[in-house]
Design a binder for this molecule. Structure first.
Ligand code: NAI
Ligand code: MG
Length: 502
């Protein structure tokens, strides 16, 4: 029997909070609803956590941390994570449909990218549980010094709506592998996947309180989690603006922090690149997931000599993107996640025009029929005549909107590419390997893609330079975020130390 409510079941879903292994209502009794962004219809009614529920969840996570979870062997932790990855794989078709209903991303993406990567992350970190080791240090004298790599404790994790389940996986998998317990707050726009994940976490057999899931709003549930004196670490993915609030709140208790924030990535096309590859890569860079990607290639620098040809090929292809019902397998772009995000994007179209940029294509919502006319759709949009100083080239738009900036000189290009508060990712398209690696060295970004874009793997670290955040998720580096080092000194001489006892 399936533990996951299927996507075809059209009754609004109902979810409670997951605290201490139990499904419970919010203390306030409050709930909120979340729409399907393709239609605006209510998808789910969800218990709304606020401070009182966060207190309960943190207390449960603490009990689990001090109790059953710390007594489990690393092997058993790994086995639970692996079991969870298998359950996720078994249910991936249903979960992909749920993710699409909740977020609006095309079913093709949720089925072939999000869910496989969710499974991969739990599987990958399952393997790490038994490989977290300390070191012995060659200290002088008759002394033995070794380190223990221990979990940090109770982790508050606040995640966004653009890859709801995948962001949950990036956060939960390394934290649990390392032996921490978690209070996870999904985004208010997309709580459904996390609640279904909660069912599978219980089914996998994690002890109660190890993972608590508390959907609610950022200003209430999120803020009280970040400021909670009972958590040892807060991990956040979202806007740079809120990242700063989190860091400030955490500073009060010196809670450890990792942040994965916004971006305004340069995606750079040289005239010597394979233009077919570069056009496809520019599209993958900005239209994937409706442009709601922190590492989106939103500043498209194109070498002047190929700019006209490149832009005409790009806009011709952008106009052919199938925008519509995200449940349709042929759809390439679904709706934006919310009306708020849609309006934000529309606002940037006005800003672009007022700054002197031109709309080469898009710039408005498509006309869709029937149930989709109330969805939050936006057309693939290309701005031309953009200067890097303009707001549309400096601020994260988080939509299918790319700014084309032309360049002639490589040194000047690097300066412009680095002229941003962000430093999450960058792309370059060229056949010149010297130039490609020179760029990789000189760009200030946490991830660089050469003749490719948006490549991810659970084993490869991801995170930002500058105001794109701190810490690296995925790969072995993610374990640094969820472990702390204890140095242990042992006397081997059997003699009193120092001169006080003489
Ligand atoms: P946001 O940063 O407000 O929301 C992300 C998460 O933080 C959600 O779970 C939210 O409930 C929580 N949150 C919000 N305010 C909080 C607070 N004061 N304390 C603790 N938690 C809080 O992002 P939002 O408003 O949904 O989107 C605004 C912009 O942020 C987007 O247009 C985009 O530019 C950027 N963004 C970047 C993301 C990324 O992956 N780097 C993901 C989502 C948004
Ligand atoms: Mg916000």
């Amino acid at each position: 029997m399936s533990s996951v409510q299927t996507a075809e079941d059209n009754n609004p879903r109902k979810y409670q909070l997951l605290i201490d292994g139990q499904w419970v209502d919010a203390e306030s009794g409050k709930t909120f609803t979340t729409p399907n962004p393709a239609t605006g219809e209510t998808l789910a009614e969800v218990a709304e956590a606020d401070k009182a529920d966060i207190d309960k969840a943190v207390a449960a996570a603490r009990r689990a941390y001090e109790g059953k979870w710390s007594k489990l062997s690393a092997r058993d932790r790994g086995r639970l994570l692996y079991k969870l990855s298998q359950l996720l794989e078994e249910h991936s078709a249903e979960l992909a449909a749920i993710e699409t209903a909740d977020n609006g991303k095309p079913i093709k993406e949720s089925s072939y990218v999000d869910l496989p990567q969710v499974v991969e992350n739990f599987e990958y970190f399952a393997g790490w549980a038994t490989k977290i080791e300390g070191e012995t240090i060659p200290v002088p004298g008759r002394m033995f010094n070794y380190t223990l790599r221990e979990p940090i404790g109770v982790c508050g994790q606040i995640i966004p709506w653009n890859f709801p389940l995948l962001m949950a996986a990036w956060k939960l998998a390394p934290a649990l592998a390392a032996g921490n317990t978690v209070v996870l707050k999904p985004a208010e726009q997309t709580p459904v996947g996390a609640m279904e994940l909660g069912k599978l976490i219980l089914e996998a057999g994690f002890p109660e309180g190890v993972v608590n899931i508390v959907p609610g709003y950022g200003e209430t549930a999120g803020a009280s989690l970040a400021a909670h004196p009972g958590i040892d670490k807060v991990a956040f993915t979202g806007s740079t603006e809120v990242g700063k609030l989190i860091a400030k709140a955490a500073a009060e208790n010196l809670t450890k922090v990792s942040l994965e924030l916004g971006g305004k990535a340069p995606n750079i096309v040289f005239a010597d690149s394979d233009l077919d590859q570069a056009v496809a890569g520019a599209m993958m860079g900005i239209f994937y997931n409706q442009g709601q990607v922190c590492c989106a290639g939103s500043r498209l620098f194109v070498e002047e000599k190929v700019k006209d040809e490149f832009v005409s090929r790009l806009s011709e292809k952008a106009d052919k993107i199938a925008v519509g019902d995200p449940m349709n397998k042929a759809t390439q772009m679904g709706p934006q996640v919310s009306e708020e995000q849609l309006n934000r994007i529309k606002g940037y179209v006005d800003i672009a025009k007022s700054e002197g940029a031109t709309v080469i294509t898009g710039g408005e919502s498509p006309k869709l029929d029937g149930e989709f006319q109330n969805g939050y759709f936006f057309r693939p949009t290309i701005f031309g005549d953009v200067k890097n100083k303009m707001r549309v080239a400096q601020e994260e738009i988080f939509g299918p909107v790319v700014s084309v900036i032309s360049f002639t000189d490589e040194d000047d290009l690097i300066k412009q590419a680095n002229d941003t508060i962000y430093g999450l990712s960058a792309g370059i398209w060229t056949r010149d390997i010297t130039r490609a690696h020179r760029f990789a060295k000189e760009i200030k970004a946490g991830v660089v893609w050469i003749n490719t874009y948006n490549m991810f793997n659970a084993a490869s670290p991801f995170g930002g330079y500058k105001q794109s955040g701190y810490g690296r998720e995925m790969g072995r580096h993610a374990l640094d975020l969820y472990t702390q080092i204890k140095s242990v000194w042992v006397d081997l001489s059997g003699r009193p130390i120092g001169w006080f006892g003489k």
